[in-house]
Design a protein around this ligand. Structure first.
Ligand SMILES: C[S@@+](CC[C@H](N)C(=O)[O-])C[C@H]1O[C@@H](n2cnc3c(N)ncnc32)[C@H](O)[C@@H]1O
Ligand code: SF4
Ligand code: SF4
Length: 357
């Protein structure tokens, strides 16, 4: 039996749950959510957290809501998960107004514990990113995902003082492989930016934000995964490093490229893939997943106010409502939304067949 198979089998045992609890859940819950947040001066947020979490566990509230701050990007990654030019809301509004953000945050406060400040595009391009974080940081656990290209104008301080979970996308440990996927980015400048944030976090000495590096594994960078893992975890002391399978995202393209045009991106040696490929017939299939989908538990408020079932339903194929004239928490409690969550969890919508989750 090879290591991969053994790992797969172990991952379904109780032992794996115990490991995950001590490795991830306990430090997250006790250290970051309670101890470190209190040391940051966010006492109310930390104290109320267990009660709000319980409400979400009882299915009465969403725990986390994603908010689409911007629908523009300065990069052109060839298979972007949420291409700004495809997300329908993007054509209407480039930035969510600060006033509108505050209204949404006020509505969700006391109900939702976490806001993810990311969806389509690059969130740090929002002109009021700093003010958004300042407004929300004592009320919610804030997370965001960034390509790390724009860390100026007070953004570094906002990330270090106000964001709880920060994920940088960094797909390569050489200029060549990194810039192959991150089209438009400069390797040296992004590396310097990410390291500047890590250094500032270490100087602040609070252990926040939790910093994660994600590495999308493709055929051009697959040999660098282990060196990247050791660079980020051992040399730079980030909290987590996740290698992630790349999605070809053909259903989200504005051109007519199909799987066979993009198959060259799929890793050849790594098992980190969502696809089964058959060299002889050229067939490419999405691997089937068995566990219920949990992503449907996180609604997205798109730039035009539409509430999306999940971050994969870019075109709003499953209608829930608009935040302009609906209260998200009330909708969440409705029978209609409960049914949508159940059907999403069981992957019963057409979009679920192609989303790769
Ligand atoms: C759409 S981006 C938005 C945030 C930011 N612009 C960035 O790239 O980090 C959010 C996430 O999608 C991931 N992503 C991009 N292309 C992907 C692909 N083809 N398959 C899977 N994930 C992808 C990125 O690595 C990132 O973690
Ligand atoms: S940086 Fe993020 S949003 Fe921009 S194109 Fe790349 S994956 Fe998409
Ligand atoms: S399986 Fe369905 S509910 Fe889950 S992420 Fe995909 S589209 Fe969304």
């Amino acid at each position: 039996m090879d290591v991969g198979t053994l790992r797969k089998q172990l991952s379904t045992t109780v032992l794996a749950d115990v490991y995950r609890f001590f490795r991830y859940a306990l430090p997250d819950f006790v250290l970051n959510r309670i101890v470190r947040t209190m040391r940051r001066g966010q006492v109310r947020k930390a104290t109320l957290y267990p009660f709000r979490l319980l409400a979400s566990k009882l299915k009465r509230r969403p725990r986390r809501v994603m908010i689409d701050l911007v629908s523009v990007c300065n990069l052109r990654c060839p298979m972007c998960s949420v291409p700004p030019d495809i997300a329908i809301g993007a054509t209407q509004k480039k930035h969510l107004d600060l006033v509108e953000f505050k209204r949404i945050a006020d509505e969700l406060e006391g109900h939702v514990t976490d806001l993810s400040l990311v969806y389509s595009g690059e969130p740090l391009l929002h002109p009021s990113f700093k003010e958004i974080v300042e407004y929300a940081k004592t009320r919610f656990y804030l997370s965001t995902i960034s390509n790390g290209t724009v860390i100026k104008g007070g953004r570094l301080e906002a990330l270090v003082d106000g964001i709880d979970y920060l994920q940088f996308s960094f797909d390569g440990l050489s200029k060549e492989s990194y810039e192959k996927y991150r089209v438009g980015a400069n390797y040296d400048s992004v590396l310097a930016n990410v390291n500047a944030v890590i250094d500032a976090k270490q100087r602040a000495g609070l252990g926040l934000p939790v910093v994660t590096i994600t590495f999308l594994v493709n055929s051009y960078n697959e040999d660098e995964v282990e060196s990247a893992r050791s660079y980020w975890l051992e040399n730079r002391g980030v909290n987590y490093f996740f290698d992630k399978p790349i999605n070809l995202n053909v259903h989200r393209r504005s051109d007519d490229k199909k799987e066979h045009d993009l198959v060259h991106w799929l890793p050849r040696k790594s098992k980190m893939t969502l696809y089964k490929t058959d060299e002889a017939s050229g067939a490419i299939e999405v691997e089937k997943k068995r566990a219920p989908c949990s992503i449907v538990q996180t609604p997205v408020i798109r730039g035009d106010g539409e509430i999306l079932m999940c971050c994969h339903d870019l075109n709003n194929s499953v209608k829930i409502g608009n935040i302009e004239n609906n209260n998200l928490v009330e909708l969440w409690g409705s029978q209609k939304y409960a049914t949508i969550r159940e059907r999403g969890a069981n992957r019963q919508y057409p979009i679920c067949k192609v989303c790769g989750k």
